[in-house]
Design a protein around this ligand. Structure first.
Ligand code: ADP
Ligand code: MG
Length: 297
């Protein structure tokens, strides 16, 4: 018996996984932003150098020639785990996993040059026209990180389009661990946080934060919901803050709607990873405001 492997033309992969795989160009840029985030960068710069060139630079961990061969050129297999702690002690849940995100580059442009360097390693330059790819050492790169130059952009990136890209990233990226800066001619803006830091009483009525880790769900309710009158009736309670911890194993045990019980319930819950939920009620609350909320899982 013989084991067989698929072989496929480079430009077919680029067409299928890049040009056709992304619903729009903004989503393709987001994929490259996610890669910078996963590499632990504290800032990623998107620079529209001229009408046909976009340069994406991050100060993340970078890649060496082995990474390029093992990870960058290996399709459909991601080396990424679930989460990691970055150099500023932020927990980052890794955004990539499917191992095809880099093909966003082929959606965006016809030629790519990628310069990358890992700490204590020689820099590398990888180039492609989606038919042939080359790899060389580059001793001129000084700092760790990755810089991708996308030449012959397929789309026209007008100022309006760039502003739209900024709004798109604002809505889809909601983290403070890495900043996104967009530069084009006179334009130089950081992507803002779409949802401000919740401050009950200032910009929202209440905020509920749930965090789940290893069977324990912690609940924090911050609220500006009650009139000072209410304190008369609940004098022993703090109406602005409420905290509790729920043991989810106890919660599900003997619960009739849970389809699994006992040992099986325990092993199912063991498999559940950590998650958090942040609910904001009445953002920018005024008395007439309708209730608004968002969920961030
Ligand atoms: N900006 C970057 N900095 C460092 N490594 C990167 C960067 N972009 C991509 N890589 C490496 O290339 C691999 C492939 O990226 P990608 O196709 O987006 O797949 P995924 O993110 O799902 O792993 C990543 O797993 C990572 O090892
Ligand atoms: Mg990715």
């Amino acid at each position: 018996m013989e084991y067989l492997k698929y072989s496929i033309e480079d430009n077919t992969i680029a067409e299928l996984l890049g040009v056709q795989n992304f619903s729009n160009d903004e989503a393709a840029v987001l994929e490259l932003v996610k890669n910078a985030y996963d590499a632990g960068a504290s800032v990623v710069k998107l620079e529209f150098v001229d009408k046909t060139t976009l340069k994406i630079t991050d100060n993340g961990d970078g890649m060496d020639s082995e990474d390029i061969k093992k990870h960058w050129m290996h399709i459909g297999k991601s080396s990424k785990g679930y989460d990691f702690i970055d150099t500023n002690n932020n927990v980052r849940v890794q955004a990539g996993a499917k191992g095809v995100g880099r093909f966003a580059l082929s959606r965006l442009g016809e030629n790519i040059q990628l310069y990358s360097k890992k700490a204590q390693k020689d820099g590398v330059v990888w180039k492609t026209d989606w038919d042939k790819s080359t790899l060389d050492l580059d001793f001129s790169i000084e700092n760790k990180g990755t810089c991708i130059i996308i030449n012959n952009l397929r789309e026209k990136w007008t100022l309006r389009r760039i502003e739209k890209l900024n709004k798109y990233l604002e809505k889809t990226y909601n983290d403070t661990a890495m900043k996104i800066r967009i530069i084009a001619n006179e334009y130089d803006e950081f992507v803002k946080l779409h949802f401000p830091k919740p401050e009950p009483g200032k910009n929202c009525r209440s905020n509920i934060v749930l965090k789940y880790n290893k069977g324990i769900l912690s609940v924090l309710v911050l609220s500006d919901e009650f009139d000072s009158e209410a304190i008369k009736y609940c004098s022993e309670m703090d109406l602005n803050i409420y905290k509790s911890e729920v043991n989810i194993f106890d919660e599900f045990e003997g619960n009739e709607i849970a389809e699994v019980e006992g040992e099986e319930l325990f092993s199912q819950l063991e498999k559940l990873g950590g998650f958090s939920v942040n609910l904001l009620f009445n953002l920018n609350a005024t008395k007439q405001d309708k209730e608004k909320f968002y969920i961030n899982i």
